[in-house]
Design a protein around this ligand. Structure first.
Ligand code: HEM
Length: 132
């Protein structure tokens, strides 16, 4: 396990499966509605149902909970799976801003949101596949 799971209580502190699902749903609701995330939204399919499920399954494991994603798809190979999408600084920063807004909206306490924000940033930055 990697990322935020080093302190395995992250999954419990976020509220287990229902809390993780609620965070993911808020993240994609914001992405769908907020003009500030338009370029990020445009990279995604017209319906976000599949994206919601996959990020939810992935985050359960990443936060230290059940391994729903790897049970279904094997190793996440996240960087390879993001290669079809052109991801630079702007896309990374929109993803991070959308996730930070979702965490605040879900009422995560500041210390947890800060810790997860750092871990998310590391992963989001690793997903960049173009210079700008
Ligand atoms: C850096 C900016 C990012 C962009 C622009 C981006 C964009 C995308 C797009 C367009 C998809 C395809 C959605 C679909 O097939 O429905 C996707 C899939 C996914 N993303 Fe991201 N993403 C970013 C960062 C992240 C981060 C930081 C994580 C994890 C913490 C993440 C986790 C995932 C997962 C688990 C999938 C599903 C992969 C699969 O099984 O196909 N993404 N992302």
């Amino acid at each position: 396990m990697s990322g935020a799971a080093e302190e395995s209580i992250a999954f419990e502190r976020i509220g287990g499966e229902p809390g993780t699902r609620a965070l993911v749903d808020r993240f994609y609701d914001l992405m769908d509605l907020e003009p500030a995330y338009a370029e990020l939204r445009a990279l995604h399919p017209s319906t976000l149902d599949g994206s919601r499920d996959k990020l939810y399954w992935f985050l359960c494991g990443w936060l230290g909970g059940p391994s729903h994603y790897t049970d279904r798809f094997g190793h996440p190979m996240l960087r390879a799976r993001h290669m079809p999408f052109s991801i630079g600084i702007k896309e990374r920063d929109q993803w991070m801003a959308c996730m930070r807004e979702a965490m605040v909206g879900q009422g995560l306490d500041a210390a947890l949101a800060a810790r997860l924000g750092e871990a998310f940033h590391g992963t989001a930055d690793w997903m960049r596949n173009k210079g700008v």
